[in-house]
Design a protein around this ligand. Structure first.
Ligand SMILES: [Zn+2]
Length: 288
């Protein structure tokens, strides 16, 4: 087993799903069929496979125990000082910057890159954890470039860059892999890298969360962005539980976050988790 996650989180997570399933038929607080399907624009369409957890959060607030803090979820920490994080081995990084991930995501990533290397595939990380200030830097850079106004301006920037405070890159579970940009896919080497990841990443707990599913809301497909599911899943749930629009820190355009409903459309705008990954995780719980 390549990743080491907090067992109690998973037991809780499965409990959340089971209780959530039981509530689906009976709770009057459950979303209507229309809410589930969304409108013609795809708004309010839930594509996240842990939708049931939302029912639970609605109705059983007091039973839910977040593992992570809002500071951790919104990137307000120093990765180099935080003992839950460690630097990715230099050989696996592009350029000279030190890149950080959560310990368990890092162990698994390095195991995955080692396995790829054995198969003759060279993978490099271009970007990993980004704190709130770093995300602001990217946001402000693109904010100045776009000529639109108001919420439209935010949506335009979000074609490329996540809003500060709601980027999954704050979490220590996400990596951008070098050379896998959508536009590079005609290059044979990049096709080989992508094909390898599609075939093997699940074994290491990673999946392409911004996939090509057109029913998904939020960001466009990002073939380079890979997410460590075991921790990322829990962080997504904690984010839904803890985050309100009042918690989003100040930056240019932050006043439009609620209007766009970034929590609903972007945090939940991730692809379904492949069944194979869920089964792997369930197997690992059974054998522990
Ligand atoms: Zn990314």
């Amino acid at each position: 087993m390549y990743y080491h996650f907090k067992t109690h989180c998973w037991i809780l997570g499965i409990g959340v799903l089971i209780v959530g399933c039981q509530l689906e038929g009976s709770s009057s607080a459950s979303p209507s069929q229309e809410e589930l399907q969304g409108d013609a624009m795809g708004h309010n369409k839930h594509t996240y496979d842990s939708l049931h957890a939302l029912y639970l959060l609605d109705s059983l607030d007091s039973l839910y125990l977040p593992t992570f803090t809002l500071e951790e979820l919104t990137g307000q920490l120093d990765f180099s000082e935080d003992t839950n994080f460690r630097a990715i081995a230099r050989d696996y990084c592009y350029g000279s910057r030190t890149l950080y991930l959560r310990q368990e995501a890092c162990d698994s990533l390095e195991a995955m890159f080692k396995a790829a290397k054995k198969d003759g595939i060279k993978l490099l990380v271009r970007s990993a954890s980004r704190d709130y200030q770093q995300q602001c830097y990217f946001w402000n850079r693109d904010w100045k470039k776009t000529g639109k106004r108001g919420a439209e301006k935010c949506l335009d920037v979000m074609k490329i860059v996540a809003m500060p405070g709601i980027s999954r890159h704050h979490w220590g579970t996400e990596v951008d892999i070098d050379g896998l940009g959508n536009r590079y896919h005609k290059a044979t080497e990049d096709n080989k890298r992508y094909a390898w990841l599609k075939e093997n990443a699940l074994r290491f707990g990673y999946y392409q969360c911004y996939d090509g599913d057109t029913s998904r809301t939020g960001y466009q497909e990002e073939t380079w962005h890979w997410s460590f599911y075991p921790t990322g899943q829990k962080m997504t749930q904690d984010m839904l539980y803890l985050m309100t629009y009042g918690d989003i820190p100040e930056f240019s355009g932050c006043e439009h976050a609620e209007e766009i409903d970034v929590i609903q459309h972007y945090i939940l705008g991730i692809g379904s988790v492949p069944n194979a990954l869920v089964e792997t995780i369930q197997d690992s719980i059974r054998t522990e």
